[in-house]
Design a protein around this ligand. Structure first.
Ligand SMILES: *Cc1c(COP(=O)(O)O)cnc(C)c1O
Length: 398
């Protein structure tokens, strides 16, 4: 008898990760010899600063770093993270208890529901949203409840419209600003409302601040933890991935409430053994070296790309407001064009990969997401290719 290879119910309940499918479609078009421009995934296309790479090299040569790291991470890494939080956000953190390294924030986000969600509990997730909030919830046996992010409310969840029954059953809430995929930003005032909601409904808040440093036009993003009461109800995830072009390195951290972090640390200590210490040495360099020139150039680069894309699309009739943060542009489609058919049209007729909005949740219907992780020349070319497809849509031909 062959052994059954049937996936578990939990795994079957997970969709295939969005970008796996997009990549497959892209490869098919490429295989026919077409030069495809990829504005799909948000993955910085530029290298990590040398100072960080050199620190990693030093770290790998120290035998002390070759053994199992501790579950809570090196104290110096935690201290430097706390120091960075104080300097950047004015948020005080106890490095011993309020900082926890994670293997990329995706790992921490994916695992946190295992610490606090019982089967049948509700997790409030932004929709459209980063798919990991939903996937982590399902893996823990929880039930995601989508909080719709609509343009009319500046892509902030309407907390007052969450049904009472769902608010009562909710154990966790995920929020994410600067947001992916809508590129919206949030004020401290909004974070204050979230704290009130959490206190009233006994809900743990997890704020994903992966794009806190990717902001434009002089806008500076606040930390969720900078508002009063936040540290009593929640934690914040941050990451070096986007800030320092380090997506491949897998260095992130969770900060905030000690008891919530202890839950996450307990899950992690049972499934991983912490972060390679040489990576933590590199992380320390990222948080302490003077990389201000790199950061200025990096933000300016994305701001120029954003301007090129938004201005270019506006010129061909697709009016899009310039977002203040994030690494993408969230574009409303004309008329009744669905997000999947738009993504297919753009791939097949323009050889441009975009992410269909609906891949981020049902409220993403009618939108596509353009990534800014692409050189200017390609963005210009993409706009040219999109023009005839866009005019087909507006004529209602497609
Ligand atoms: C890119 C991204 C992250 C960062 O993931 P890492 O695992 O730290 O690389 C987290 N949240 C959102 C919304 C993202 O887009």
């Amino acid at each position: 008898m062959p052994v059954s290879k049937e996936f578990s119910k939990r795994l079957k309940a997970l969709p295939e990760y969005l970008f796996v499918e997009i990549d497959r479609a892209k490869k098919e078009v490429q295989a026919s010899g077409v030069d495809v421009i990829d504005l799909g995934i948000v993955d910085p296309d530029r290298p990590t600063p040398d100072k960080i790479i050199e620190a990693m090299e030093r770290g790998t040569k120290d035998p002390a770093n070759h053994q199992y790291p501790t579950n809570y991470g090196m104290i110096e890494f935690r201290q430097k993270t706390a120091a960075w939080y104080l300097k950047r956000f004015g948020v005080e953190l106890d490095p011993e208890a309020e900082v926890l390294p994670v293997l990329g924030s995706k790992e921490g986000i994916g695992h946190i529901p295992l610490a606090f969600v019982n089967p049948g509990d509700v997790v409030l997730v932004p929709d459209p949203g980063y798919p990991v909030y939903r996937a982590g919830t399902i893996t823990a046996g929880g039930e995601p409840y989508p909080m719709g992010l609509v343009e009319e409310n500046a892509f902030l969840p309407l907390l007052g419209e969450i049904p009472l029954e769902m608010a009562e059953r909710a154990r966790l809430m995920f929020i994410n600003y600067p947001n992916n995929p809508t590129a919206a930003v949030a004020s401290e005032e909004f974070f204050g409302e979230v704290v009130l909601f959490a206190e009233e409904n006994d809900v743990i808040v997890c704020h994903d601040a992966a794009y806190s440093e990717m902001t434009y036009d002089g806008y500076v993003a606040p930390s969720f933890l900078s508002v009063e009461g936040a540290k009593e109800v929640g934690i914040e995830f941050n990451s070096l991935s986007k800030t320092y072009n380090m997506t491949g390195w897998r260095i992130g951290f969770a900060v905030g409430n000690a008891q919530i972090l202890a839950g996450l640390a307990k899950v992690k200590s049972n499934v991983d053994s912490g972060m390679f210490q040489a990576l933590q040495v590199a992380g320390i360099a990222a948080l302490t070296e003077d990389l201000s020139d790199f950061r200025k150039t990096q933000v300016a680069t994305y701001q120029r790309r954003r301007d090129l894309l938004c201005d270019g699309l506006t010129t061909i009739g697709w009016r899009i407001e310039k977002p203040k943060g994030g690494l993408c542009v969230w574009a409303r489609l004309p008329g009744n064009v669905s997000s999947s058919s738009a993504a297919i049209d753009l791939l097949c007729k323009a050889a441009v990969v975009v992410a269909p909005g609906v891949g981020f949740g049902k409220y993403g219907q009618g939108y596509v997401r353009f990534s800014l992780a692409c050189p200017e020349e390609k963005i210009k070319q993409a706009v040219k290719r999109i023009e005839p497809v866009y005019s087909e849509w507006t004529k209602g031909v497609s």
